[in-house]
Ligand binder design. Structure first.
Ligand SMILES: Nc1nc2c(c(=O)[nH]1)N[C@H]1C(S)=C(S)[C@@H](COP(=O)(O)OP(=O)(O)OC[C@H]3O[C@@H](n4cnc5c(=O)[nH]c(N)nc54)[C@H](O)[C@@H]3O)O[C@H]1N2
Ligand SMILES: Nc1nc2c(c(=O)[nH]1)N[C@H]1C(S)=C(S)[C@@H](COP(=O)(O)OP(=O)(O)OC[C@H]3O[C@@H](n4cnc5c(=O)[nH]c(N)nc54)[C@H](O)[C@@H]3O)O[C@H]1N2
Ligand code: SF4
Ligand SMILES: [Mo]
Length: 754
């Protein structure tokens, strides 16, 4: 186990094989190191998963690692200035601040915000799951409520697991209906595959069809057979009308799924009045097109419907997410080859374990937020509540915030409100590698290791991979010896929140406790591969600590694992690590039976939580659409808000522009290259104009993740290419009713020459 325990393959010069941790494509890289510096990064052609695919971001891991602005030591703020301090001093300051808040206001005054890189960082993702319960923080916020919360709600209801996401079996489908996703930029989301666009080309090359539903003719839509230029926020109406066509034309054909599904008749009743004609003007699509889309989906031998962020971050996010899988079931394509399937990763994610509070099924609205009364959904309220919970005095006011790999001043709706509220905190601690728009408000910043200084495994993302596989990367550079790993920081913070003094915390003991708890939970699960085994016998066999021990456990108890000695031929982390190009266990296979976790043991196609919102959708059909609405976009050379400090990614053409259709531009008096003032009821900004017929008329578009012009940051390059923050325009109270997820697509705006 030596190679893995040391968790580094040394800093020797040469070429190192590694997986890119930046997005769900998980590309294999070859990293050349010369005299301790990364000099070149190329695709690893031998990687069994990505087979030589790479995007421009993957080549910049060296720039990220060597970025002089990247924090290497903790920072403590005194007045307006930050000072580098030792780790002991930093933790002593954290203790002073956190304990002060708890003494004065109680634990309820402390909260945390969890950001996106957590999902791509094994040390963070696993130990955030330890931090939350161990710290006793009851209410937390995350980027999840500006992302996939609707999908979490829909999967919790349909399948009994909030992370059980069916994904399109790209390599075998004959027909792909994709809504609100642009893998041309994002490289796939809740759908892990390297070179998604190449795989779409392959669908077409084998005679299949790719349809992209998006208010913008994206790079993905350009490569598809058909672009469906929908009006933002109306996907649920489109999909419900397609369901209606299936019922009306006798095309409902769930096949063997019928015997495992409840609620098909209820769905029929819900869709009855949503004919293509009834929704056409709302969706901005001809009724014949909607009817044809339904027929083509039903006629295709193997088809899959896939919706992503455009279907979540919008007015009817949960309905749209639910209907994606309703269509997959009704056409008999769920859990079938070439349809929408569930992956079977080498190391099953521990996130798949049902939280104990939901063991008897998912319930919602167990509590409400203090200020606006937003109902809790899956343990969270909208992240836009955070600003008012900090700014509004009274019992329960938030006085301390711990941000973990997040930049909500840019990424959360009502961005300006949060920016104004954060200075009111008595204590703000940030686990973050840069001094940016959010962390500049912190009292203490605790940096994690760089992506090349830590081992890497995508513990959650393999759960929605298009093949059953796994890949492990040891750390490339040895971290500085005195420096704690992020998982150790999280455990230390959790103990301090329980009242311990920084110097007294025994991180190893806490880690052992966490591990023992997980082993006991899994051993008690009758469906696990170690069901009924003595947890003590398992823990005694573990040779590592921290995230590596958990990864080893997931592999060994996984579908190909050695089950701690029961199958000596089976996999362990050591065996996986011996395969730097990864292990591919083959294409997806049906596995609904082993995964379904609903109380009934069946797919719940019409859960009682859903129908009330269908009534809201019906009311939407009566609403007239006037004026312009704003949507978001991504670009392959950006990564949310945090990679604009990499010069090679931001130079060239300005990418933070307002896209507007020529007809709209003419009407409001704008020209290409000019300057536009964009205003909503939340705020306003001025952005450069890019006139393009890639927009659907009536819809304008800004990228998200920009706005690096704030003072007090340490982002030399990003501040030169500041751009504007689109979330200044997003009203925080606009949320999808069922999930509380933010609506950042389809925001009414007024546009005029600046
Ligand atoms: N208008 C609009 N808003 C959106 C979206 C949209 O499409 N439109 N998209 C939403 C989505 S999908 C998401 S996921 C959120 C993202 O929201 P956030 O997660 O809040 O934002 P990021 O920009 O990903 O910020 C990541 C932070 O993590 C830090 N970081 C990077 N790597 C590491 C690391 O290894 N360790 C630690 N400790 N810190 C690290 C960075 O410095 C940065 O501060 O934004 C959401 N906001
Ligand atoms: N290069 C790069 N890759 C990334 C990221 C990044 O910032 N940069 N972010 C990562 C993260 S955190 C995430 S969550 C994923 C997201 O991955 P994707 O879901 O693929 O996200 P986008 O590329 O923003 O594509 C969303 C599309 O939805 C469309 N859209 C907007 N409103 C609507 C609507 O109402 N209906 C429909 N049908 N479409 C709509 C937009 O025009 C846009 O083309 O990407 C990840 N990958
Ligand atoms: S697509 Fe780009 S950013 Fe994503 S994993 Fe591959 S190289 Fe990294
Ligand atoms: Mo995201």
């Amino acid at each position: 186990m030596a190679a893995v325990t040391s968790s580094t393959n040394g800093t020797r010069d040469g070429v190192h094989v590694r997986t890119c941790p930046l997005c769900e494509a998980m590309c294999g890289l070859r990293v050349t190191v010369d005299q301790g510096r990364v000099t070149k990064i190329r695709a690893n052609d031998d990687d069994v998963w990505s087979r030589g695919y790479i995007c421009p971001k993957g080549t910049t891991l060296g720039e990220l690692h060597h970025d002089p602005d990247r924090l290497r030591a903790p920072l403590v703020r005194r007045g307006d200035a930050f000072h580098e301090v030792s780790w002991d001093e930093a933790f002593a300051e954290v203790e002073r601040l956190l304990h002060g808040v708890i003494e004065r206001h109680g634990k309820g005054a402390v909260t945390t915000y969890i950001g996106n890189p957590t999902a791509h960082n094994f040390s963070l993702s696993r130990y955030v799951a330890a931090f939350a319960p161990m710290s006793g923080i009851e209410r937390l916020y995350s980027a999840g409520t500006v992302d996939q919360w609707p999908k979490n709600v829909s999967s919790a209801l349909l399948f009994g697991g909030m992370w059980l996401f069916p994904i399109p079996d790209l390599d075998r489908t004959d027909h792909l209906l994709m809504l609100g996703a642009n893998p041309h930029a994002s490289q796939g989301s809740l759908l892990a595959a390297a070179d998604v666009l190449g795989r779409l080309d392959a669908i077409r090359a084998r005679g299949g069809k790719v349809v992209v539903v998006d208010p913008r003719r994206t790079g993905t839509a350009e490569r598809a057979d058909e672009w469906v230029a929908i009006r933002p926020g109306t996907d649920a109406a489109l999909l419900l009308a397609m369901v209606q066509v299936l019922f009306a034309e006798g095309r409902v054909a769930p096949g063997p799924l019928a015997a495992r599904t409840n609620g098909i008749e209820e769905v029929e009743a819900l869709c009855r009045d949503f004919t293509p004609e009834a929704v056409a003007s709302t969706c901005g699509l001809p009724a014949e097109q909607i009817r044809r889309l339904a027929r083509e989906l039903s006629d295709a031998p193997r088809a899959a419907v896939y919706g992503r962020i455009g279907t979540c971050n919008q007015e009817f996010g949960t309905l749209a997410s639910w209907l994606v899988d309703v269509l997959n079931v009704l056409t008999g394509n769920l859990d079938c080859e070439g349809g929408a399937m569930f992956s079977n990763p080498i190391a099953p994610s521990l996130a798949m374990l049902t939280p104990p509070e939901f063991a008897g099924g998912f319930t919602f609205h167990r509590w409400k937020s203090r200020v606006r009364g937003a109902p809790e959904v899956l343990g969270q309220v909208p992240v836009s509540c955070l600003a008012e919970e900090i700014a509004t005095p009274g019992e329960g006011q938030i006085k301390a915030l711990i941000t973990i790999a997040g930049n909500p001043v840019i990424s959360a709706p009502d961005a300006a409100k949060l920016d104004a509220a954060l200075p009111e905190l008595e204590c703000m601690i940030s686990l973050d590698n840069w001094l940016n728009e959010t962390t500049r408000h912190a009292h203490v910043i605790l940096p994690g290791s760089s992506v090349l200084e830590q081992p890497h495994y995508d513990e959650l993302i393999w759960s929605w991979a298009v093949r059953n596989a796994g890949k492990f990367s040891p750390a490339l550079f040895a971290p500085e010896p005195a420096r704690p790993a992020e998982w150790q920081i999280l455990l230390r913070l959790a103990a301090m929140l329980q009242g311990q003094k920084a110097a007294d915390v025994n991180v190893e003991a806490l880690d052992d406790l966490f591990f023992a708890g997980i082993v006991a939970t899994v051993a008690a699960d009758s469906r696990s591969t170690i069901a009924g085994r003595d947890p003590g016998e398992i823990t005694a066999q573990a040779t590592t600590t921290g995230p590596l021990r958990l990864l080893d456990f997931a592999i060994r108890t996984g579908p190909w694992g050695d089950r701690y000695g029961e199958d000596p031929e089976g996999l362990t982390l050591e065996k996986l690590a011996a395969q730097p190009n990864g292990l591919d266990m083959g294409p997806l296979e049906p596995r609904l039976d082993e995964l379904l976790r609903t109380p009934s043991g069946r797919i719940e196609l019409a859960p009682p939580y859903i129908p009330a919102d269908v009534a809201r959708l019906r009311e939407r059909l009566a609403r007239r659409d006037e004026g312009l609405v704003l949507v978001s976009r991504r670009h392959v050379r950006s990564n949310n808000s945090w990679m604009h400090n990499v010069r090679s990614l931001v130079t060239g053409k300005d990418r933070c522009t307002l896209l507007i259709h020529p007809d709209d531009a003419r009407r409001v008096g704008l020209e290409d290259g000019g300057s536009a003032r964009v205003a909503s009821r939340a705020g306003s900004l001025v952005a450069p104009v890019e006139v393009s017929d890639e927009m659907r008329p009536g819809v304008v578009c800004l990228p998200h993740g920009w706005g690096h012009d704030k003072s007090g940051t340490r982002l030399g390059v990003a501040s030169e290419y500041a751009g504007v923050c689109n979330n200044v325009l997003a009203p925080g109270d606009l949320v999808d009713v069922l999930s509380g997820n933010a609506i950042v697509n389809g925001i009414p705006v007024e546009v005029s020459p600046a």
